[in-house]
Each structure stands twice: as C-alpha cells, then as structure tokens.
Design a protein around this ligand. Structure first.
Ligand code: K7E
Ligand code: CUA
Ligand code: CA
Length: 635
C-alpha cells in the first residue's frame, strides 16, 4: 500500500461522517475487545492492509548503506557500565563510551587521563548506569553534555558530546546508590538532580542500624552541572526512586516506593499508597544562599531537611510503589507510574505553587487524573500530541493513552482514554519517544526497552540479550518495526536530532581532556609534537614518543627491572579516523591515541628482557609493522 492509500483510508472515514475521535470514542466505550484489533485511525483494517501499513513503516527504518540516521540514540549500558551510541531509526550501534567500566580498546580505566577523571573511584572496576540525559537550554537539547548515574558505586558522570568521552566523575557523598537522574530543563541545565535510593543511618559507622530512627534517611542530591561539584543535598522521608524536572526551573519531583521504611519486600508493599515528593528548588537554593543549612560529618556539602512539614517539599500520596516519573513535554504534568497499581498518577504542575503557599491544603488535590492502564506500569513517554505511552511490565505491552481524556474521565465523564495497546517482547522497562523530554517532542519514533527476549533471537545459552524494540508512532497507530538485541542492560535511552549533536573530527591540541599530561611534559621540558625522549627520575621513567602512521617515534627504549614506566604517545596524524593504539605485551597496557591526541599510561616493568609494543588500532597497510621494543635490564 502506498502513502496515498493510507491517506485514502482516513478520507473514507471522514466521508462516512465519522470523525476520528468520535469513532474511536464510540467504539472503545462499547467494546473492550477493540484493543489488539488492527486499527488505523480508528478504522478496523483487514489483515492484508494492516500488513502493508506495517511494512511501509518498516521501510522507513531501512537506512541505505552510506546514509546517515536522523537521530542519535544514547543508551545506558546498565550494570555493564558504559554508554552506547546508536543511530535511529536504523538501530545501528555507532560507538561505545566507557564510563563506569574498564575498556581495553580505548584504555578507559587504564590510562592516566581516564584514571584522573575517575578520581579515587578508579579503584572500582564496575558500575551500574541507568539514566542518560542530555543538557538543555530553554527546554531543548543543547548537545553539550550527557550525564549518567552509577547506582553501584554512587557516582554521577558527565560525557562531553563533542568528543564523546567522559570528562568528569563525581562520587556523591553521605549516600548510597544513585538511581534516578534528571536535569534541570529551564532556563538551562544548571543542576543535575540525582536520587540516592537507599536509606542509611547517619553517621553510618555501625552505631545504629534502625531505619525508623530520625538519623536514618536518604537524600536528594543536587549537582552543579558545569563544575560537576555538589551544590546541596535534601533529606527526605522514605526512599527515592526516579526523578524529573519541570519546565519552569522551579520544581523537581521524585517517586518513593518505600514510604514504609521497610527492609524487606513484604514490608515495602504494605502501604496502599507511597508518594511523589516535590522539591521546591527555588526555595532550597535561597535557603542555601542565606546560609540556612547544616553539614554532615566528613562533608562540607550544604544539607537542608526536606522531610514532611518542611517548606522545601510537598509529599503527594500516590498508589503503590510508584516507579517512573516523567514530565509531559507541554510542561503541564508530572506523571508517576504506579508499578504495583494498574494506574499512573497525573500531577498538575501549575497547582504546585498553591500547594507550597498553603492555599491548597490536600496534596492529593494536585492529582488531576489516575487512569487505569494495565498491569505493572513502569515508565511513560510522550509524542507531543497529547498522548502518553506507558510500559506495562506485567502485561508485556505498551499502552497509548490520551492525557486530556484521562483527566475528563477522572472528572466523571464517560470517555475511553486508551487509544491502543501493543504487545512488546517482553517485559518492558523504560520507553522513550523521540525528543520526548524536551519541548521539541516530535512523536516520530518510540523505543521500548524490553528486559526479556526469550525466543526472539538465535539462542545464546542461559544468558539472553535484552530486546530494544522500535515502534513507529508517527501515525495514529503504533507499529512495531524492529527488534534490537542488546547486551545487559540498557535501562533507559534518549534520542536527539542529529543536528543537535556536534562532534569534533580530530582532537584539539589544547583539549582539557589531556591537559594534565601536557602540563607534566612541560615540566619535563618535552615538546610533545616533536620529541621522542626518555626521562629518568629515580626509578620513575617517562617515555615520550610521537606516532604517525605507520610508526612510533621510538622503536626502542631501555629501562631497569622494577622501574615505574609512563609511556606518553602523541598522535601527529591529522587525518580523520587514523587512530593509533599502544599495547605493551604481557603488561596489561593498552590505549587509544586518536588524531592529535596525547595519551599516557603507567605500569611497572617487572620482568627483565625484551618486550615488544605494538599499535592496536588498524591504521595503515603497515599497521602490523608499527612496533617497538622495551629492553628491561635485570635488577
Ligand atoms: Cu525503571 Cu533504573 Cu529507570 Cu530500570 S529504572 S527499568
Ligand atoms: Cu598505528 Cu595501527
Ligand atoms: Ca511501598
């Protein structure tokens, strides 16, 4: 079926005197079995025309060899620790950005430059990242940074999108397990909001294990995005799960599933309602500026108390163990997914002012709808046309529903706000529509990150890949167009238009990424762009060399057994894509040196004899010949 035919189908509908909305509404009220039937714009289609409509959508994701994708996708790598860059809609993996892991191709976690960025936490070889988010200006992606959390080791990292490398990493003090992470959207990303999930005693020194004690709590953490330093922390009741920010710059809101302060599953499910806690960032910022804060032992970060009764927060009861919290792109609503309740709770953001000034007393008055969507709602995303798309973990479905109609139904009107339920495969967690968390939400593509793939791919033993599915949401009907197996475990992803990301083709010699290495070379009176020299400093040996395809500036250097050797390589090539590598055999040494980059790595020459080093990134027809030898004199 051609595009023209699809259009005709809707025209026929109009001709029949049935407006799209009227038709859907009437049918849906009358029949619960509509869901799952093939429909286009409300018209029930034949099996044949349905297949044709889907195949037309599928043709759109075929990006020809040599053609570029319309969107950049950034996927978290879950407990694998990295960020993955995808092209959408082709779903081709473009790049991996190591962050909370060690990567032997790039040398992340091995090189001096990366270890300096990781700081003290470089000792951790693992991470668990969930939520990647791109910095914004006026509620739109500015393409500058991507931030991501590490639940495992309580960190937040920043990736510079011009070079697609992590350039800052911060361990959040006095808390455990950063989970939810979102950015201030307006006026710009001044703050990173990071939820610490687990309640711990303060001080956590073994003197107290009582979670009901008033000195046991977790905190909402606010990070200065530009400096990547802590701005302030807010003590809360309960625990903290997911978070999002509004479009005024004033509020952020987080879900809490453990209002019970329980330590076990049964306890955490006891209450029918937990809550969404809303933070008045403006008020907290003001209090901190006026010095109205305290600090915790071993930290100088300003801490304010945002527990119940505080001026800084409001607690809005919602059912039950809520999980995802997502702001609608029109800026009107925070929507919290019920998880153990089949509902989502729609919180009207412009009622929050009244909630904070006291003119609205009951916090539940800010809830303007609580539509029933299905079993296990986890996360919601938006098409910018007034619809929400919520993952149903237990039903293995994505449900499209209309927000305005859900509000009318909550007010007693008889409307069916559910537009479509589509099976996904299987057990979806996050879902993300193109540009959905910005005011540019364009309703083109929807990614559903399914936790189980079961039988969808060739078997790979007991451990299965996940399944990231791509759905065309540009029309009235969601159409599943692609299965994308992924390695553990992308929790979340985001999509940005390709023009919103601007990358460098080669390194700038003044790039701060390797500035401290340049600084060290200066102290050694080394010109990195021309010198090939060995500096001996006691038992520390610093080897400086250049590289230009297909050779290293030094093909041989001498050290003594037991020396601590730092090899610094500067890639003089200026041709885009000509990256070199440096690997010292049998020493655990490997790194990338891309055009105009300087990289360095330190190791102990603990074995006497001859040790070859070689280039590990294929750079030239004579790449295999790009070698040298380290000669280690026995002690
Ligand atoms: Cu639902 Cu960590 Cu965003 Cu996983 S979280 S799914
Ligand atoms: Cu240089 Cu391969
Ligand atoms: Ca609970």
């Amino acid at each position: 079926m051609s595009k023209k035919d699809v259009k005709n189908t809707s025209n026929d509908l109009d001709k029949a005197g049935l407006s799209r909305r009227g038709f859907l509404g009437a049918t849906a009220v009358g029949s619960a079995t509509l869901m799952g039937a093939a429909t286009l714009g409300g018209a029930v289609m034949s099996r044949e025309s349905w297949a044709e409509a889907v195949s037309e959508s599928r043709a759109k994701i075929h990006v020809e060899p040599g053609e570029l994708d319309e969107y950049y996708g950034f996927w978290s790598g879950g407990h694998q620790g990295e960020v993955r860059v995808m092209g959408v809609p082709s779903m081709r993996e473009l790049m991996r950005i190591p962050v909370f892991n060690v990567d032997s191709a790039s040398g992340w976690g091995l090189t001096n430059e990366s270890r300096e960025i990781m700081g003290e936490s470089a000792k951790y070889l693992n991470g668990d990242c969930h939520h990647p988010h791109i910095s914004m200006t006026d509620g739109k992606y500015d393409g500058k940074y991507l931030f991501i959390n590490d639940k495992a080791n309580t960190r937040v990292a920043r990736i510079r999108l011009d070079i697609m490398k992590c350039d800052k990493m911060l361990t959040v003090p006095s808390v455990q397990a950063i989970h939810g992470l979102r950015l201030q959207k307006v006026p710009h990303t001044k703050y990173v909001f990071a939820n610490a999930e687990f309640v711990i005693p303060h001080p956590n020194d073994g003197s107290n294990y009582d979670l009901k004690d008033k000195n046991s709590y977790t905190m909402f953490n606010v990070i200065d995005a530009e400096k990547m330093e802590m701005a302030f922390q807010v003590i809360v009741d309960g625990n903290l799960d997911n978070v999002d920010a509004d479009y005024t710059g004033k509020y952020a809101a987080s879900t809490c599933y453990n209002s019970e302060d329980a330590t076990d599953l049964g306890g955490m499910m006891r209450n029918e309602r937990d809550w969404v806690v809303v933070f008045n960032i403006e008020r907290i910022e003001k209090a901190v500026k006026e010095g109205k804060f305290s600090t915790l032992a071993g930290s100088d970060v300003p801490v304010v108390d945002g527990r119940k009764g505080s001026d800084f927060t409001r607690y809005i009861p919602v059912p039950k163990n809520p999980h995802g919290l997502n702001t609608s792109p029109d800026g009107k609503y925070f929507i919290a997914a019920g998880k153990l309740s089949p509902t989502v709770s729609v919180i009207q953001i412009d009622k929050l002012d009244e909630l904070f000034d006291g003119s609205l007393e009951d916090p539940r008055a800010a809830v303007v709808a609580e539509p029933e969507l299905g079993l296990g709602p986890l996360h919601t995303t938006y098409d910018g046309r007034g619809n929400g798309y919520t993952t149903l973990f237990l039903d293995s479905q994505i449900v499209k529903w209309n927000i305005a109609e859900a509000i009318r139904a909550y007010n007693g009107e008889k409307v069916n706000y559910i537009k479509q339920k589509l099976d996904v495969h299987y057990q979806p967690g996050h879902t993300h529509a193109s540009l959905t968390e910005t005011s540019d939400a364009d309703g083109q593509w929807l990614v559903v990150l399914s936790k189980f793939s079961k039988d969808r791919f060739l078997p790979t033993g007991p451990l299965h890949p996940e399944n990231d599915q791509l759905i065309d949401i540009s029309g009235d009907e969601m159409k599943l167009v692609h299965d994308g197996p992924t390695y553990a475990e992308p929790h979340d992803c985001i999509l940005a238009r390709r023009d919103q990301i601007r990358t460098k083709k080669i390194w700038d010699r003044n790039d701060p990424f390797f500035a401290s290495t340049v600084e060290r070379a200066k102290k050694d009176k080394i010109n990195l762009e021309s010198d090939n020299k060995v500096i001996r400093d006691g038992n520390k040996v610093r080897v400086y060399m250049t590289s230009i395809a297909p050779s290293f500036g030094l093909t041989e250097f001498n050290v003594k057994q037991g020396d601590e050797v730092t090899v610094t390589v500067t890639n003089l090539d200026q041709v885009e894509d000509v990256s070199h590598g440096f690997v010292m055999t049998n020493h655990g040494v490997s790194m990338e040196i891309s055009p105009q980059q300087t990289s360095s790595i330190t190791f102990v020459a603990d074995k006497p004899g001859m040790h070859w080093y070689y280039c590990s990134w294929f750079c030239h027809a004579l790449h295999m010949e790009m070698v040298g030898r380290m000669l280690v004199e026995p002690a």
